[in-house]
Design a protein around this ligand. Structure first.
Ligand code: CA
Length: 225
């Protein structure tokens, strides 16, 4: 069967690429603020990442997330809409998403699919992003596979405006694996070790589900600019 062979090839390519990735060791001033947020010397570079909101917004909020992670699905459904309403819609915050690959092959499949949509059909990226999180089964256990190449192709074919054949060819060939590697470098550089991890500019939020704290950190950044 062509498709499963291609999928296997795809996974081998990604796995080799990620294992082979040499991450530069970057020294960062990583200190805890009184408000509980870890502070880095720079805001993570979001060039080439999917961004929602005004690209010139003064504050950058970044989610390091994983389509396979139940807490990320919950964050997107419960915390993100508040952020959007309070800060993105009015142009104060731009929001970017970086892939984290803590759940093995399924995280690799999800992140490569997302990078492929972003490259080929950027205007449909967020529709795909939301549809993939929506497809995550409620109450899943981490070890129950659902994020497969077949599932990704099914979702892509349901979104108007994505060229499914072009997507399938690039996706199964892992054409944009270097974009996934770029995200892995950011994860290492910014010491991300759980998902979701939320950055507000150069500050890593201690509890991503404490929206009041997120709100006050953003307001502080807005005052301080
Ligand atoms: Ca990315």
């Amino acid at each position: 069967m062509k498709k499963s062979n291609s999928s296997v090839k795809l996974l081998v390519i990604i796995t080799i690429a990620i294992i082979g990735l040499i991450v530069a060791l970057v020294l960062l001033n990583n200190a805890k603020n009184p408000d509980g947020a870890a502070s880095f010397s720079n805001t993570p570079n979001i060039e080439g990442q999917p961004i929602i909101g005004d690209k010139n917004a003064p504050i950058t909020v970044i989610e390091f997330g994983d389509f396979k992670c139940p807490a990320c699905k919950s964050w997107g459904e419960n915390i993100y809409p508040q952020l959007e309403k309070d800060f993105i819609d009015n142009g104060n915050v731009k929001f970017a998403y970086v892939n984290v690959l803590f759940h093995g092959v399924e995280s690799q499949v999800g992140s490569l699919a997302a990078e492929t949509v972003l490259k080929q059909s950027p205007e449909n990226y967020w529709a795909f992003h939301q549809a993939l999180f929506a497809a995550q089964p409620a109450n899943q256990r981490h070890d129950e596979p659902w994020l497969t190449a077949e599932k990704v192709l099914e979702i892509v074919s349901e979104i108007d405006g994505i060229d499914v054949e072009q997507f399938e060819a690039s996706f199964l060939d892992a054409e944009y694996v270097s974009e996934v590697e770029k995200d892995v470098q950011l994860i290492e550089e910014y010491e991300v070790n759980l998902t979701p991890t939320i950055f507000i500019n150069n500050k890593m939020v201690e509890d991503p589900f404490d929206y009041e704290k997120i709100k006050s950190l953003i307001e502080k950044e807005l005052e301080g600019r």
